[in-house]
Design a protein around this ligand. Structure first.
Ligand code: ATP
Ligand code: MG
Length: 574
């Protein structure tokens, strides 16, 4: 069943490369490399790392990388570090550092070590000195514009400037001055002396250090020169003896630089392997763009349930299990692809279907009076807590003369084949009775204010002797027993498949991405809920209790609807 549905979903995906190969334990290409390395004795153990820059919250793309790096270490009995690549003092904050560790743990992984590239600043500096002494790095006082021009273009080789031939002694003295704060920001840079004619632009004497008189979240004011990401990253891997340094495809052209540094410094040879980053349709994943959404108030913070961040997905009701399963199923690709966000929704439905308790809620209530049910009478009807889980037991629902049903479950003038309630029509109230609509009450403006029904006393669920066959089953609540709750319904944040390719991605925001229902009705039991609990509201979808809930006033986020309404919507438009 599962694989069939998956194939259906993957039909819509732009890449189906790895999505249906999992039933047979298929190695991904990185696992193949690792198994070969272990077999040949190139490595005797596996050491990986997840290296975020603490300049934003983690998103679902990072989750893919976390599951891969930690997953490889787990599978091969190795270790995986969390290393903050905190080389840019101006964009990093403790808030991000804390949220990243919390998210990694929430996903279900414990780092072997929590490390910081900034802990290696002294070592990195000393290695830069080694390069300078070897005549492999020089201090360049040209302006950034001059350097850009001198670098040439992919088809035109670069031209050396006069600083390239400065003696190691002179460079050493200048680098020392840079470090001692004798120059203002941007006055000069330290560059590696590699190859100005290389077809790989990253080898045309890349920057290693720039001057920034900035306070760093961990090293404070100790340094006024900061290593470039490319100088810090490879050496940090080497210091940690990372055997398989896994990163995304855009780092392919950087690999030659990392290898050059390792070779010249004669240090532990970490080796880099690149896989395709996770892209989802209807989603932006760049931290810079996500930061704009937060700062410009398009969403209510990094954990707004419409965001693709892990903190937002957690709040919305995604489970770590569903995200791990998703990451596994999309596989590890070598080519760029875009995954249908419906696949992610599929996995959270699968997971919550197994574990979420069923509850009745009526989002947009319509009052029903059962005219042949005695006033003041109530009875309690048994219903299942989770048909997927025999241990979940049952609960009792109050039934009485006045009920609520969904406005959507009634139509005064229904189209053919409408199986819910309409004047003269019959429907079963789930776990209760069959009712027949006998009349409609309206206000002076013509709006329906309540409907009148008769119930069939001998049709009670489980002991139905009425002989009636009805096609529709709807959910309901007893009006005097029901409680009020706020329910937040989310839709995709973007209206277009690839918002990042729009001229202004913010113009593609879906104006209906959030609908707040302040007067939804719920079973009284739902008043007892705590933030983070998952429920299936019968016939409506999966919901999760929001931290905004107050005592007696719960707030629920819709995680996902029961069925993929979006796919149908698209078909309708075509
Ligand atoms: P952004 O481009 O949004 O700023 P980033 O790649 O710079 O993100 P990092 O903090 O450097 O963010 O990412 C940490 C790790 O997560 C890196 O190894 C990176 O390759 C990986 N990663 C980032 N985005 C994705 C993605 N969409 N899919 C898979 N891995 C990703
Ligand atoms: Mg990065």
């Amino acid at each position: 069943m599962l694989s069939l549905r998956l194939v259906f979903l993957t039909d819509n995906m732009m890449s189906t490369e790895n999505a249906h190969s999992e039933e047979t334990e298929h190695l991904n290409f990185i696992e193949e490399i690792i198994e070969e390395d272990l077999r040949t004795g190139r490595h005797t153990s596996v050491q990986t790392r997840f290296p975020p820059e603490p300049n934003g919250y983690l998103h679902i793309g990072h989750a893919k990388s976390i599951c891969l790096n930690f997953g490889l270490a787990q599978k091969y009995g190795g270790k995986c570090n969390l290393r903050y690549d905190d080389t840019n003092p101006t964009k990093e904050e403790q808030e991000y550092v804390d949220s990243i560790l919390a998210d990694v743990r929430w996903l279900g992984f414990e780092p072997a070590k929590v490390l910081y590239a900034s802990d290696y600043f002294q070592q990195l500096y000393e290695w830069a000195v080694v390069l300078v002494q070897k005549g492999l790095a020089y201090v360049d006082f040209s302006s950034p514009e001059e350097i850009a021009v001198q670098k040439g273009s992919p088809t035109v080789p670069g031209t050396p400037n006069r600083y390239r031939d400065t003696s190691p002694e002179e460079n050493l003295a200048q680098f020392e001055k840079m470090k001692n704060g004798e120059y203002p920001d941007g006055h000069c840079v330290l560059r590696a002396k590699i190859d100005l004619a290389s077809p790989n632009m990253h080898l045309r004497d890349p920057y290693l250090y720039r001057i920034k008189h900035a306070h760093h979240h961990r090293t404070g004011d100790t340094w006024c020169i900061y290593p470039m990401y490319d100088w810090a990253h490879g050496q940090s891997d080497s210091i940690e003896q990372i055997t398989h340094s896994v990163c995304t495809l855009e780092f392919i052209p950087h690999r030659a630089l990392y290898d050059w540094c390792i070779e010249k410094l004669e240090i532990f040879p970490s080796k880099q392997y690149e896989f395709a980053r996770l892209n989802l349709n209807y989603t932006v994943m760049s931290k810079r763009k996500l930061l704009q959404l937060v700062n410009e108030g398009y969403v209510n913070g990094w954990d707004d349930p419409r965001m693709p961040t892990l903190s937002a997905m957690r709040r919305r009701g995604y489970t770590p299990e569903s995200i791990r399963e998703f990451a596994k199923r999309v596989g590890v690709a070598k080519r760029e692809n875009i995954i249908d966000v419906g696949l992610l929704e599929f996995f959270v439905r699968e997971d919550l279907n197994r574990r979420a308790l069923r509850r009745f809620a009526v989002l947009k209530p319509l009052k029903v009076v059962i005219t042949n049910y005695p006033e003041g009478q109530e009875e309690w009807l048994e219903t299942e807590n989770n048909p997927e889980d025999p241990n979940a037991g049952t609960r009792s629902l109050a039934f009485s003369r006045e009920l609520f049903i969904e406005q959507d479950d009634f139509m005064e003038n229904p189209p053919p084949k409408y199986f819910r309630l309409y004047p003269g029509g019959m429907v079963r109230l789930k776990s209760a009775y069959i009712i027949e609509c006998t009349g409609v009450e309206k206000d002076t403006a013509g709006n329906i204010t309540e409907i009148h029904c008769r119930y069939v006393p001998e049709s009670r669920s489980g002991q139905d002797t009425s002989g009636l066959k009805v096609k529709g089953v709807i959910h309901w609540l007893s009006a005097p027993h029901a409680k009020t709750a706020e329910v937040r319904l989310y839709d995709r944040l973007f209206q277009v498949e690839d918002p990042a390719s729009e001229e202004d991605f913010k113009k593609a925001i879906n104006p209906h991405s959030l609908e707040v229902l302040e007067k939804a009705m719920i079973e009284p039991m739902l008043l007892e809920t705590n933030p983070g609990e998952h429920f299936q509201f019968t016939r409506l979808g999966y919901f999760c209790t929001d931290p905004d809930s107050a005592y007696g006033k719960p707030v629920f986020n819709r995680t996902v609807t029961l069925k993929d309404a979006w796919a149908k919507e698209i078909k309708k438009q075509e």
